[in-house]
Design a binder for this molecule. Structure first.
Ligand code: 3PG
Length: 205
């Protein structure tokens, strides 16, 4: 189950990749360094093609597709071989499309009402986004009392240091962030910096 893999991984690296060849190289680096699970955003036209190529190179890597905003995005992500779906927010139409997708999904929420709406639609693991801007650790602590049935993967503005504070919360199963392999490191093909960051998170286990 994806939820168990996320819980074990603790950190969900969020990758924003624009270039196919770079995506292929990066997939090799991730696999060789024992990374098990990542999210690749759908922010670029080639995102689905890049995920398909990454899957060929690193078949054991679990890849979620993020920035899913429509039923069309879900079709493209499934076609690319995505293992799970992540959205930044959750409109009623998107929640229903995610529920029908057949893939594990983490809809994005940033308020109690949004969390309750997503839970009613069948989702009990939610992305809390944008975590730091929307209330961060204080928000998660406050929501635990009334909504103990919901777990969160907070993302948005979470640094390597801050991640461990989030992970100490009982309603957080993993923390997402681009810091492991941010856009600049990926574009510069700075594999050694990315390897160092991967070691930091694999050492968390
Ligand atoms: C996301 O897609 O969840 C965020 O853009 C990642 O946020 P970060 O770049 O601040 O880590």
């Amino acid at each position: 189950m994806i939820i168990e893999r996320l819980r074990a991984a603790k950190i969900l690296p969020i990758l924003d990749i624009e270039d196919l060849a770079i995506g292929e190289e990066l997939a090799g680096v991730l696999q060789n360094n024992g990374l098990e699970i990542v999210e690749v955003t759908m922010r670029h036209p080639k995102a689905a093609q890049i995920v398909k190529a990454m899957k060929k190179i690193a078949p054991a890597l679990i890849i979620g597709m993020g920035t899913v905003k429509s039923a069309d995005d879900i079709v493209r992500a499934k076609d690319a071989g995505a293992d799970f779906l992540v959205s930044p927010g959750a409109s009623p139409r998107l929640l229903s499309a995610l529920a029908k997708s057949g893939l594990p999904s983490l809809p994005g929420v940033a308020s109690a009402s949004e969390a309750m709406t997503a839970y009613e639609a069948g989702f009990s693991l939610l992305k809390f986004f944008p975590a730091e801007a929307a209330g961060g650790i204080a928000w998660l602590k406050a929501i635990k009392g009334p909504l103990p049935e919901i777990s969160f993967c907070p993302t948005g503005g979470i640094s390597a240091d801050k991640a461990s504070e989030y992970l100490a919360l009982p309603n957080v199963i993993c923390a997402g962030g681009s810091w492991v392999a941010n856009k600049a490191l990926i574009a510069a093909r700075d594999w050694s910096a990315i390897e160092k960051n991967i070691k930091k998170i694999t050492g968390l286990k």
